[in-house]
Every structure is written in structure tokens, then in C-alpha cells.
Write a protein of this length. Structure first.
Length: 467
């Protein structure tokens, strides 16, 4: 440690603003912290990528293939581009910055990028001029220079010069940090304000583990009184340590046979052991870790239900995507486009694009499509397009037919369903029609009767059909 401190001082390296390696220890001991870090990397990078031709740019198939071939095999290791970028995002989320090593070859046409590698963030320190970086692994030091830095840098000691032999030229490094007001050189992870919550979760875990490690011996005082053999105290203590402690020895009984005038007093310091200490406290600490990353609980395998039985997954996912995932996607796309494609391959026609994450509620989408299909609003072709399903062949005669009702009959066969208002209107029209018909019949009968009376005879019988 002293030698490392002297090396840092001599080489003008900036110390970390906090214990960076400590975040690794916290991540190793906190499931929620580790799950958030890994899920962010998966959501940002894990959906795939492609090259897109820029607007008004000239297409160059040969250059496109050259870039794609490199990105599909970006280094001499077995790591894919997705592996490199995901590890970088994990460093950003867990340590506060990421480091990407860029190597070049030197053909006659000029230096061309031939390798991309992730360098663990907790092993890299920044030089005070911001143009160089030093990695320490054990007792070895290796130097890098900022991407695009024009001067040569010695990989072994960080010295600069234009006469450094090719085998000792330092590789370039892309260094991106999460802004932290406490340092002009380093960033900080989002989890920094929630370190206390992580330590609390670890404390709860260790407390409950100790219950099993000391099962049968809750915090208590054992007092041996009266006359006993000289080694009695040690024998009792050894028996408790060897025969009662541990979950395998649960519920064992200690039986003593004190001599005349002797007694044993057992004074428990804990009245009772309850199932799952600090349950509510544990949930509160867990939520604090999730809030640090705006992480919806369900994305890391936690099922949550709202106070009224509903779910807030949709709203929380939108916040998470807009505040964490999309900004990181834009950073990666800009780095890969500007530095690797434009500066590295000297090509301005293409840009690097990460596939968008699908945040749709598939079950809800299916239910909505089913309702609209049954109402005659969507056809089978439109449903397939809406749900991103395989296209229905155009030659299918019923592909563009509208269906209605639970039986899904074609509109031409089902007819229009009659609602309550239409039924009442139809009944009222029937009543009016019958009333008019009956009125006409009664009026005709009355006129016949009056005519017969005027003539002094009896009216003829009128044939009235029953209504």
C-alpha cells in the first residue's frame, strides 16, 4: 500500500473519492444491488444492435460489411460486443464509470481500430491532466491514453514522446463517468446514497443467520451456583458450544445433575424468537436500493401488488426506461458512432443503433386486440400487425374479413344487434300502428251505425279481424 501510494504521488495520479473496491464487496453481498446492476446492463445492451444509414448519406456496402465484421468479432478474446458493452454498463452502474480499451493496427493507410476490450473500473486511476490512465493489477502497472490523444504514451511508465517503439505504445481508452460533484475526474454510482440501506440488509441477513448458527443458545446467562467440581464450568460451556449450537442441534435439552448444595440458573436475555426479524425494515431497505436505480420490482423477480389490488408495473417501467435505460443507450450509441465508426473507421455514413426494449404489457395487448376483433373493428391481418405476429398470407380469403359477437360470425351473416333503445323504439312503433288500425276500424263501425240509424234500419254486421 505504501509503494502504491508513492507510485501514485510520483506519477501524479488522482486518488479515488471513495472506496471503490468496497462497492464490489457490497454487490457480492446484496442480491438487490447485484440484480439492479445486471438488469440495467441487460436492458440497455441485451436487445441487439444494427448499423443504420444516416439521412442523406451515401450507401457504402463494402464499408458497412467491414464495420459489421469488426463489431461481430471485436477482439482476440472470446468476448462479443454485447459482452464488452454489458460489462461496461455494469461498471457504470456499480462503480460510477466505465473504461473501454481500444487497440489499433498500423497499416500504410493509417491506424485502424482492431480491438475493443472492457477494463475493470476499480483497477483504473486517472492522471491529473485527464489525458492518461493507469491500471493496477497486483504489482503491475499499465498505462493508457485518452481516445484520440495525439501524443504517444509509454505503456510501462506513462511517459510521453514521439519516439516510443510500437511495441511499447499505450492503447487508447474511452473513459465515461456518471457525474459526481465531489470529483472532477471520477463519477459515482447511483447506489452511493443508499449504501446505508445495503449495509442494513447485510446486517439483517447476518443477524438472522446467527440465529441458526447459535440455535438453542439465545443470548442468555448460565450461572453455576453452590459446590461443583473445579472443571464443571468448563464442561458445561464446552457442552453448550459443541452439542447445542447450530441448526442441526436444534431443540436439544441440557440436563444437569448438580451435587449437594449446587444449582444452575439459566437467565434468557431474549424473551422469544420471532419468525423473520425485521421484515418491514427489510422491505423498506430493499425499496431504497430499487429507488436508487428507478428499478421496477418485477424486473428483478419481485412481485408487487398495489394497495387496491392493482399493479403499478406499467408506470414504474416507463419511469425506469426514460430515466435510466434510454439515457445510457444514447451514450453508448454516441460513443460507438462518433469514436468507433466515424473516428476509427473514417466513415460518416452509418451510425450505431441499439434495439429498443419492449415494455408492452403483452397480456393487456392481447386482451384489447381480442375485444376489438370481436367488435368488428380489427381484422385478423390488423391483429397480427398490432401484436407483431407472423403475417397472415394475403391469399387467405378471411384474412381481411371483419367479425362480430362471441361467435365471431361475419358481419354479413350476423346482422346488426338490437340494443335496448332500438327495441323500445320498435315496440312503440308497433303500438302506434296497432292503435291507428284499431281507430280506423272503430271509426268505420261508428259511421255505419249512424248511417243505419238515419235510414231507420239496423246496421250490418262488420267483420272486424281480431287484433
Amino acid at each position: 500500500m505504501k509503494a502504491d501510494s508513492e507510485y501514485m504521488t510520483d506519477k501524479n495520479l488522482v486518488p479515488y473519492p471513495f472506496n471503490v473496491a468496497g462497492f464490489l464487496l457490497l454487490q457480492d453481498n446484496c442480491t438487490f444491488f447485484d440484480a439492479c446492476v445486471r438488469q440495467i446492463a441487460t436492458d440497455v445492451i441485451g436487445q441487439g444492435w444494427y448499423l443504420s444509414l444516416k439521412e442523406d448519406a451515401t450507401e457504402d456496402k463494402e464499408m458497412q460489411k467491414r464495420i459489421e465484421d469488426f463489431l461481430n468479432d471485436p477482439n482476440t478474446d472470446e468476448d462479443s460486443l454485447e459482452d464488452v458493452l454489458e460489462r461496461c454498463i455494469q461498471d457504470w452502474a456499480g462503480r460510477g464509470w466505465f473504461c473501454m480499451e481500444v487497440s489499433r493496427d498500423t497499416p500504410t493507410t493509417g491506424p485502424v481500430i482492431n480491438g475493443l476490450y472492457q477494463v475493470p473500473a476499480h483497477t483504473v486511476k486517472v492522471h491529473r491532466d485527464g489525458a492518461k490512465y493507469c491500471q493496477r493489477r497486483g504489482v503491475k502497472y499499465r498505462w493508457f491514453k485518452r481516445f484520440g490523444y495525439e501524443h504517444g504514451v509509454n505503456v510501462e511508465d506513462g511517459s510521453e514522446g514521439d519516439t516510443i517503439p510500437p511495441e511499447k505504445q499505450a492503447h487508447e481508452m474511452i473513459f465515461y463517468r456518471n457525474y459526481y460533484g465531489g470529483s472532477s475526474w471520477y463519477g459515482c454510482p447511483n447506489i452511493l446514497p443508499a449504501v446505508g440501506a445495503i449495509k442494513g440488509l447485510i446486517g439483517i441477513r447476518d443477524y438472522n443467520l446467527s440465529f441458526f448458527e447459535n440455535y438453542g443458545v439465545p443470548a442468555a446467562i448460565v450461572t453455576i451456583e453452590g459446590e461443583w467440581e473445579e472443571d464443571a464450568t468448563k464442561l458445561v460451556s464446552d457442552f453448550i458450544d459443541a452439542e447445542i449450537k447450530g441448526s442441526n442441534n436444534a431443540h436439544k435439552t441440557l440436563v444437569l445433575n448438580p451435587g449437594e448444595g449446587g444449582s444452575v440458573k439459566w437467565v434468557p436475555l431474549i424473551a422469544s424468537i420471532k419468525e423473520g426479524h425485521f421484515k418491514l425494515y427489510h422491505v423498506g431497505l430493499r425499496d431504497e436500493v430499487l429507488v436508487a436505480y428507478r428499478m421496477p420490482p418485477y424486473r428483478i423477480g419481485i412481485s408487487e401488488t398495489g394497495s387496491l389490488g392493482g399493479s403499478t408495473a406499467s408506470e414504474s417501467t416507463k419511469i425506469y426506461i426514460s430515466s435510466i435505460v434510454n439515457p445510457l443507450k444514447r451514450v453508448i450509441e454516441q460513443i460507438m458512432t462518433q469514436k468507433i465508426i466515424h473516428d476509427g473507421f473514417k466513415c460518416d455514413s452509418y451510425e450505431f443503433v441499439l434495439e429498443a426494449i419492449d415494455i408492452r404489457d403483452v397480456a393487456a395487448e392481447v386482451n384489447m386486440a381480442q375485444v376489438l376483433f370481436g367488435m368488428g373493428v380489427l381484422t385478423r391481418v390488423q391483429v397480427a400487425e398490432r401484436l407483431n405476429l407472423p403475417a397472415i398470407p394475403e391469399e387467405d380469403p378471411d384474412a381481411k374479413t371483419y367479425y362480430i359477437s362471441n361467435a365471431y360470425k361475419p358481419l354479413s351473416e350476423a346482422g346488426a344487434p338490437e340494443n335496448a333503445v332500438q327495441m323500445m323504439e320498435r315496440q312503440e312503433a308497433s303500438v302506434r300502428e296497432l292503435s291507428t288500425k284499431l281507430g280506423d276500424i272503430l271509426k268505420a263501425a261508428r259511421q255505419d251505425k249512424l248511417k243505419a240509424q238515419a235510414e231507420g234500419g239496423e246496421p250490418e254486421a262488420t267483420n272486424v279481424e281480431p287484433v
